[in-house]
Design a protein around this ligand. Structure first.
Ligand SMILES: NC(=O)c1ccc[n+]([C@@H]2O[C@H](COP(=O)([O-])OP(=O)(O)OC[C@H]3O[C@@H](n4cnc5c(N)ncnc54)[C@H](OP(=O)(O)O)[C@@H]3O)[C@@H](O)[C@H]2O)c1
Length: 320
């Protein structure tokens, strides 16, 4: 079967003809019809991700068919029973385990969820990893409530857009940041009430002037700009972050954190319960993931370059 595998540390994956997977107990053979990219795929090709195994099929997100029904895959393997944090065996589908950038995957049936009926296979393939990460950060960690003000940073990203859509669906007021004015314009058209360029040194001041600050921040960047996120929080605010695209957190003013009674919360993907709740939320609110582009799987290199250059607005999907 066709598969996109990582063969060498810090290199682009290769298109190979791979042996069909063998079914283990409890597994089913899913015929993958669409898959999608996450930033971790780019980190893997740069050698910046732990546990890279040569020859492993890449890809965490997928939607496929088994016995005539379409399913999405929960890519969070072996989370365990504790809802507060994952088990030491936890890992993300797609390196070291064989992932979704292939024609077939042998996957434990417990990770399959019926595709929400309002989504196409292509749209559903965009949902799993970004959806569960956004859901846990917003709801399980930051405890977002209807009517609160939310800042979602780096709105061009897959997780960021999903968090944005979920917060809007709950009836929250959402402001965004981006390094690209065109992405801010797109987010405003989707319902953001404000948008700021995170490269502009005055953006946090402007946000506070315009909206008086926010209750919840969802961030995937960290980096030197993190101190600005503390500045824009109102008293009692919660910052949930799930990524560090911009690197180490810069200096943080502790007085602002304790005086405003802020909570700074790390978040990673989500439990099986988070995943099931995310699917129910998406179905209830008829949320359709924002898709940047759909490429044939054979053109995967174009998807990797587009994400590495940060050109996308939403998910890059591969059609199989
Ligand atoms: N812990 C987890 O479970 C988990 C899950 C998913 C992702 N992640 C991590 O989260 C990050 C985003 O993942 P993704 O798949 O959503 O990536 P993506 O689709 O490639 O998006 C990259 C994001 O980085 C933003 N960005 C770049 N520099 C920024 C800065 N200085 N300030 C604010 N935003 C900045 C971009 O915003 P603009 O394009 O709008 O400028 C865009 O939102 C990655 O580091 C990824 O590894 C972690």
């Amino acid at each position: 079967m066709r598969a996109i595998v990582i063969n060498q540390e810090a290199s682009m994956p290769e298109h190979v003809d791979k042996k069909m997977p063998e079914l283990q107990e409890g597994q089913v053979m899913l015929n993958i019809r669409a898959s999608s990219m996450n930033h971790r795929d780019v980190w893997i090709t740069k050698g910046l991700y732990p546990g890279i195994v040569s020859g492993a099929t890449m890809g965490s997100d997928g939607c496929g068919t088994w016995q005539g029904e379409d399913y999405v895959i929960n890519p969070g393997l072996d989370w365990g029973l504790n809802q507060n944090f994952q088990d030491s065996r936890f890992r993300v589908l797609g390196v070291p385990d064989d992932g979704t950038f292939a024609d077939y995957i042998a996957i434990d049936k417990k990770y399959l969820y019926l595709k929400p009926s309002h989504l196409t296979v292509t749209q559903a393939a965009a949902l799993p990893l970004a959806g569960v990460t956004a859901y846990r950060a917003l709801f399980s960690r930051a405890g977002l409530r209807q009517g609160e003000k939310v800042l979602v940073t780096g709105i061009g990203g897959g997780v960021a857009l999903m968090a944005f859509q979920f917060a809007l669906a709950l009836g929250c007021t959402v402001v965004v940041t981006s390094g690209d004015a065109a992405k801010i314009t797109k987010a405003m058209k989707m319902g953001a009430v404000g948008g700021y360029d995170y490269k502009d040194t005055n953006w946090t001041k402007d946000l506070v002037t315009d909206f008086g600050g926010v209750d919840v921040v969802i961030d995937g960047a960290c980096g030197p700009g993190f101190s600005g996120l503390i500045r824009v929080c109102q008293p009692g605010g919660r910052i949930a972050f799930y990524g560090a695209t911009a690197g180490q957190i810069g200096s943080v003013n502790p007085q602002q954190v304790f005086w405003k009674q802020l909570s700074i919360l790390g978040s990673t993907m989500g439990s099986e319960s988070d995943f099931g709740q995310m699917i129910d939320f998406v179905s209830k609110h008829h949320i359709v993931p924002v898709i940047d582009c759909v490429l044939p799987l054979d053109n995967y290199r174009d998807g990797f370059s587009r994400m590495a250059e940060g050109k996308q607005f939403g998910k890059i999907v591969f059609s199989h």
